[in-house]
Design a protein. Sequence first.
Length: 220
Amino acid sequence: MPDKFVTFTEDLYDYMLAQRSNAQDSVMEALRAETENLGEVAEMSISPDQASLMTLLVAAIGAKYAVEIGTFTGMSSIAIARGLVSGGKLICFDSDFKWTSIARRYWMKAGVQEKVELRLGDAHRLLPHYRPHAPFDFVFIDADKEFYDFYYETILPQVRPGGLILFDNMLRGGQVIDPEAKFTMANRAIDQLNRKLATDPRVQAVLLPIADGLYLCRKR
């Protein structure tokens, strides 16, 4: 049976990125350029195809209330906020003032600042005490990997049936199956969560080979 996946070259990836709605986005391009100037830490930003997919998913389910854990410089928050219905709200949890200051500037440039509320601090401490005004429609988790399962268990009761939960970096660059790397704390935590989500009766789940691995879950 032939392989049912494509190995991307840089040229093929560029071709794929060009085949998106609003592929030429001056705000996102400017944000990506500024983020890349931060150095190695820029790898924490989501990819352009991830951003487009997130906007589409949020819009497809008619999401009004969303939350993200791990905002960084704002790429994912802009993608989510753009997909929300009128009057929608995105709650962002992040502990870094410098990076989220960049995000704040670009929320304004993207015209989504009224839809976004930042909770600055340690999400591990803040999230258990946060009570949303209404159940969440959409959740994006992209923070400290060791606490992914904690965030999942904490926020799942706050998600409406049919709501979506999206996890980033679930392939860890292939380290989840690397004999030498898979036993580090972060990689072990992600591998355990991958296996848990696949058999969790509370959600429907699929691990997607987009960027560094997106795990998409729908609450039953």
